[in-house]
Design a protein around this ligand. Sequence first.
Ligand SMILES: CC(=O)N[C@H]1[C@@H](OP(=O)(O)OP(=O)(O)OC[C@H]2O[C@@H](n3ccc(=O)[nH]c3=O)[C@H](O)[C@@H]2O)O[C@H](CO)[C@@H](O)[C@@H]1O[C@H](C)C(=O)N[C@@H](C)C(=O)N[C@H](CCC(=O)O)C(=O)O
Ligand SMILES: Nc1ncnc2c1ncn2[C@@H]1O[C@H](COP(=O)(O)OP(=O)(O)OP(=O)(O)O)[C@@H](O)[C@H]1O
Ligand SMILES: N[C@H](CCC[C@H](N)C(=O)O)C(=O)O
Ligand SMILES: [Mg+2]
Length: 490
Amino acid sequence: MKELQDLLTGEKVVNLGKSQVVKGITNNSSKVQKDYAFFAIKGNSTDGHHFIEDAITKGASTVFIQDTSIIDTLKRKYPYINIVFSENTRKSLATASNKFYNEPSKYLKVIGITGTNGKTSVSNLLAQYYENAGYKVGVIGTINYRIGDEILSSGHTTPDPVQWFETLNLMKEKGCDVVVAEVSSHAAHQFRVYSTLFHGGIFTNLTQDHLDYHGTMENYFLAKREFFNQIQLFNDKAIASVNIDDPYGKRIYNDFKEKIDFITYGFEGEFKIKDYNLSLFETLFNIEYKGKTLNFKTKLRGLFNVYNLSASISFLIKDGFDIDFLKDKTLDLKPIRGRFEVVEAKDFIVVIDYAHTPDALENILKSLNQIKQNRVITVFGAGGNRDRTKRPLMGKVAQDFSDIVILTSDNPRFEDPNQIIKDILEGITQKSKVIVEPDRKKAIEYAIKTAQKGDIVLIAGKGHENYQIIKDQVIPFDDKEVVNQILKEI
Ligand SMILES: CC(=O)N[C@H]1[C@@H](OP(=O)(O)OP(=O)(O)OC[C@H]2O[C@@H](n3ccc(=O)[nH]c3=O)[C@H](O)[C@@H]2O)O[C@H](CO)[C@@H](O)[C@@H]1O[C@H](C)C(=O)N[C@@H](C)C(=O)N[C@H](CCC(=O)O)C(=O)O
Ligand SMILES: Nc1ncnc2c1ncn2[C@@H]1O[C@H](COP(=O)(O)OP(=O)(O)OP(=O)(O)O)[C@@H](O)[C@H]1O
Ligand SMILES: N[C@H](CCC[C@H](N)C(=O)O)C(=O)O
Ligand SMILES: [Mg+2]
């Protein structure tokens, strides 16, 4: 419970109501309870200002609004309610949530990871290193929100501000020292983590995704940039690791190098990838850092994981870790669920991977081509109600780097799966390579039955997901389980 005064960061109280007690915070009118503060947000699909009356009926003591034109009417109709005007209710929701949950990031080392691909991977790698060094670590991201093996909840990759600060507070109360969190572009753009004191940040890469939301690559970049802007706004001693091979990484580095203490990684980095050797069961790579060559060995597979490890290790060096300790621990790291996960069959292998962007698909396929003994058979689809323009690009990549392509459904959501497949086909010129099977289980079955000695079957797009979203139904579906079941039957 808080007093309204304790939650303000420069907003203007335009009407003082009967009671200033605030027992909870929400931007969702359906979650309002007695004495809650309701934040009206102009959203992407609707405007929270339409739900103010609903919130008051449910017992809100306070409403935060951004629309000046309704102030007089509200004051007249609801003189007993606190009415607070904010220039930006999204920011106010974050700052008030932070205060409501006692500013948890002040007591934690919070590290935010952003980029199109690799956020989940890097955050799980960082968590393992910190845990190996004896820290208690909270993880917030796509798979779930957890402390060690204790799962707290799950939802968006980055939760909304209320859940974000509530989760940080819970992690603090449960004794965490460190929190590693994925910060999606939607989150940065919507100020979901605004006002958090980040110890540091990591930028992995930026390639096409989410243009349904951001419209252009430049806007998508600006959302990622906004995260670094927020880091330095609330911490003038923040550290960060950035992929300098990526032109957008270079821009972030240049824009904030005076404000953030950076380390760069990549083939052009200060933490420089010199060479690497991929195989199905281990990866070797050499790093040049401060004039010394460091040899690393890991069970993680694929060149993209050399990048993810470089992101993590360089960040940890900046955070004061000993390089020999990091080299040792790299040997023991556990691979991440649904990311280049290998299932061995009789004389071929199946790889399950979460690639759901053109760049991710290209990366995994390039790595598979480097280690294949025979053909690469790729099964994939694309998510419905998401960026449509990435579909033909994914089709082209699959065609260019596979011997056989089996097009199927991912999470069609409210779209027609056949139309999504048609969109992917737009990018494919070599139609003879392609088989269309919208039923994902049948598509996987076809791929496995087609596989010959030395082949690699890649099943891409859903990784750890154990469901399929068809319209508003969430149906159990786990690529790995389906693969194992089919392998047992053949
Ligand atoms: C595009 C997007 O990010 N939308 C999210 C966002 O919606 P929004 O702020 O635009 O809100 P809106 O739905 O237009 O509604 C406006 C306001 O009215 C309120 N409202 C609405 C209805 C009502 O009855 N009462 C009420 O008060 C809403 O709570 C909201 O505050 O905030 C909502 C509430 O916090 C989220 O549920 C919603 O997630 C949608 C469902 C979603 O699918 N988001 C995905 C794309 C997403 O966030 N993905 C990222 C990136 C994934 C990745 O790359 O890893 C993620 O972080 O997961
Ligand atoms: N550093 C990387 N560069 C390019 N591709 C990568 C990289 N790391 C992972 N990938 C590819 O992207 C897929 C998803 O990886 P991961 O889950 O770590 O990314 P993410 O950024 O968390 O994705 P999401 O936006 O869904 O949260 C992997 O399965 C792999 O195919
Ligand atoms: N976080 C990503 C996940 C995509 C996973 C893919 N299986 C899909 O459903 O499109 C997104 O929301 O775009
Ligand atoms: Mg993720």
